[in-house]
Design a protein around this ligand. Structure first.
Ligand SMILES: NC(=O)c1ccc[n+]([C@@H]2O[C@H](COP(=O)([O-])OP(=O)(O)OC[C@H]3O[C@@H](n4cnc5c(N)ncnc54)[C@H](O)[C@@H]3O)[C@@H](O)[C@H]2O)c1
Length: 354
């Protein structure tokens, strides 16, 4: 994807996008910071935990990891020189298997042997296709359980002088309807899909809990992460990684956009993407910027990414894997009832104040 155009390389209202956050007064985690992370068996948290354990920026943190699926604690982590060392996590990380929809359990995550968390990463959830397939589950997991966690945070963690930081990941799925070529901070978020609705509702809740002083919310709208490692996910954006990841392993992959390589739709469908590494760095930075660098009325920041097209992805695949790899991409039209795929819009301008 060498020929992609950078669409959002700076952001003025938060240091979230640049390393300037490190130089310009970021607030390090406390010496014995306790960090609760939900969605801990998922893709992003697995990467986040390794990063938290291997950076000086989070030295001495204690981690409480929660997921419906038993999360694992990394046994080895990369050191600062890239070699692998044993992780000293026996007294610093707890891995709990639990259903965050179960109100009777949620308070327990905020009252563990590590004490009350000062930082909460809320990253569990049902992805876009899962939400379209099961509306009730989407409401329960993506909204109701987040509210349980917000209230547990409010009840137990908000007793200190500093409100706990509550970091949540949102998505471009909050946008729907006719969109401009470049999505601006002022662009109306009007989702047309269950996933986007749940994300937007959580954004509003976190804004309000922040306004009331219950917690210090920080919401990051993420680009699509490319290349996401592992198996295809239940996100409608899954094919954006799949059409590169699978063919490079010699496995066929479906591109559900058009049925011919000659189609101009492969050029016109533009997607906003970022690497895993950048996204994880920004998730850590999101917890370390001063609360005052976010606006009081919206705690939302679009993380940096760049815009590319499916054509540019396929060109990059051909360049790296040759004609054989390209031949493994099966083109086929998707029945896109929610219009989810079409809404992988576009350019994001995260550079001006919201
Ligand atoms: N990966 C991306 O490109 C991307 C883009 C935008 C937003 N996001 C958001 O970031 C977050 C993490 O994404 P991911 O890609 O790591 O997702 P993922 O699907 O890999 O992980 C989600 C985790 O949530 C857990 N979970 C679901 N229901 C639960 C419940 N009731 N109780 C406890 N745990 C439960 C699942 O078991 C899973 O491990 C999600 O909120 C997602 O919506 C991700």
């Amino acid at each position: 994807m060498a020929r992609c155009r950078a669409s959002s390389s700076s952001i003025s209202r938060a240091e979230l996008v640049g390393d300037s956050a490190l130089a310009a007064g970021y607030v390090p985690f406390q010496k014995h910071s306790t960090i609760l992370i939900t969605g801990a068996a998922g893709f992003l948290v697995t990467q986040l935990v390794t990063a938290l354990l291997s950076t000086e920026r989070t030295a001495n943190s204690r981690l409480i990891l929660v997921d419906l699926v038993q999360p694992s604690i990394p046994q080895t982590i990369p050191d600062h020189f890239g070699s692998v060392k044993h992780a000293q996590t026996s007294n610093t990380a707890l891995a709990l298997q639990a259903d965050l929809c179960d109100a009777s359990q949620v308070d327990d995550f905020v009252r563990t042997q590590f004490g009350v968390p000062d930082t909460i990463y809320c990253l569990h959830g049902i992805m876009s296709i899962g939400c379209e397939d099961d509306f009730d589950l989407a409401m329960k997991v993506n909204i109701d359980s987040v509210r349980l966690l917000l209230d547990a945070t409010r009840k137990f963690a908000a007793t200190g002088n500093t409100p706990p930081k509550f970091i949540s990941t949102s998505s471009l799925a909050v946008y729907g309807g006719p969109l401009p070529d470049v999505i601006m901070p002022s662009t109306l978020a009007a989702p047309q899909g269950t996933y986007g609705v749940t994300k937007l509702m959580c954004e509003l809740l976190i804004n309000e809990y922040t306004r009331r002083g219950f917690l210090d919310g920080r919401i990051v709208r993420l680009p699509t992460i490319v290349i996401r490692p592992g198996a295809p996910s239940a996100a409608s954006s899954s094919f954006i990684s799949g059409i590169i990841r699978e063919p490079l392993r010699g496995v066929p992959s479906v591109c559900p956009i058009e049925d011919s390589l000659a189609s101009t739709a492969l050029d016109s469908l533009r997607i906003w993407v970022a690497s895993t590494k950048t996204t994880i760095q920004k998730l850590i930075t999101a917890a370390q910027i001063p609360a005052s660098s976010l606006l009081p009325h919206t705690r939302v920041v679009c993380l940096p990414g760049f815009t590319t097209s499916i054509r540019e992805e396929l060109d990059a695949l051909q360049e790296s894997g040759g004609e054989n790899a390209l031949q493994l991409v099966k083109l086929g039209l998707l029945v896109d009832e929610g219009g989810i795929v079409r809404r992988f819009k576009e350019d994001i301008d995260a550079s001006s104040d919201q």
